[in-house]
Design a binder for this molecule. Sequence first.
Ligand SMILES: Cc1cc2nc3c(=O)[nH]c(=O)nc-3n(C[C@H](O)[C@H](O)[C@H](O)COP(=O)(O)OP(=O)(O)OC[C@H]3O[C@@H](n4cnc5c(N)ncnc54)[C@H](O)[C@@H]3O)c2cc1C
Length: 364
Amino acid sequence: MGTETEERKYVRLPVFLEQGFSFLKRDVLDNRICCLCGTCAAFCDKIEIKTSENELKPVLVEEYDTICGMCYAFCPRTFLPVSEIEARIFGEEEARKKAEGDVLGIYRSCYAVRSKKGDIKGQDGGAVTSLLAYALEAGIVDCAVTTTSDDQWRPISKVAKSYEDLKQSAGTKYTIYPGVIGIRDAMGAGGEHIGFVGLPCQIQGLRKVQTSEQPYEVGKERIKLLIGLFCMENFKEGLLDFVKAKLSLDLERVRKFDIKGKELLVYDDKGNSYGIPLDEIKRYESEGCSVCADYTAELADISVGSVGSEDGWSTVFARTKTGEEIVEGAVGKGYIEAKEIEEKGLGLIRRLGESKRKRGEKDY
Ligand SMILES: Cc1cc2nc3c(=O)[nH]c(=O)nc-3n(C[C@H](O)[C@H](O)[C@H](O)COP(=O)(O)OP(=O)(O)OC[C@H]3O[C@@H](n4cnc5c(N)ncnc54)[C@H](O)[C@@H]3O)c2cc1C
């Protein structure tokens, strides 16, 4: 244990040291609430994400000789002391000021953002790629863990170390993938100032890693920046085969997937677009998403989504001081343009956040 001040940075958790993988299996995997964020496998070399009983899930690849409980402590689905984590990240005063039931989370400013780099082909305004590019140039991070895909749109994590690497990761991949394992790769590659972009569950897992007071030496001080994406839900890999069969379209030819309103939109390389009603793909929704109450990645340094801004722009919440400095720095260095969004412009995001929270809390 460190000094008293050091200790206060960490969330005091109930003792989970006896609660090893068998407890994770009992409370999370057997309850089918694993979100496949990858946090357990990223930090424990005895756990891998593998196909087992026809689905991707964390499995123990080596028997424990000692039980450490790290996977249980870091998993975002075992317990999530949101207000304690907020107090550590945003400061006790900010956490106290947050209104009960607020679904937007704590933030300093909110903008509609568009990239000023013509070669960044983002999902919406290319905000994520441009903010990461600025953070890399400014030396705030020395690499960023992103999610790219293979030619069949299956997600793959990437340790991006250059502007070119970042550009290849732009765009949304709508199937579930344990992206946090990219942090292990970034650490293995010598990253000392690591950035990460991912979904709300992945940000929750990483914030538990950063704020847990348990004595795990996992290099958490090397994780410097978390960019979270808004997320209503994610889908199982079967979605890709369904789309391929339904549209008789080789996925290699798909240029973009998007969800707008009540449709999954698929754009091909010939300029055609196809719409599939969300009702038709409901069966591919990941069960693990049903208990999530976080729409806007409330615990991130910066959160980014499409809802709330016009087409071609991204909505960006700068939540922490680091997050705000990055947005302001990216404007100053000509990476992005940003227009402030006032509180009254956040109605739709708030409504979607409330509906996700209601669903998540009901199923928990
Ligand atoms: C599964 C999913 C569901 C989403 N649902 C919503 C929603 O309901 N409402 C909303 O407003 N926005 C949603 N988004 C966010 C939206 O699609 C855009 O990612 C966001 O607006 C950023 O756009 P951009 O142009 O700024 O990002 P870009 O510059 O295009 O960068 C996108 C970044 O996202 C990362 N990424 C892509 N796919 C994944 C993935 N599967 N897992 C982790 N990281 C990934 C890439 O690494 C890249 O760095 C969702 C995203 C995902 C992945």
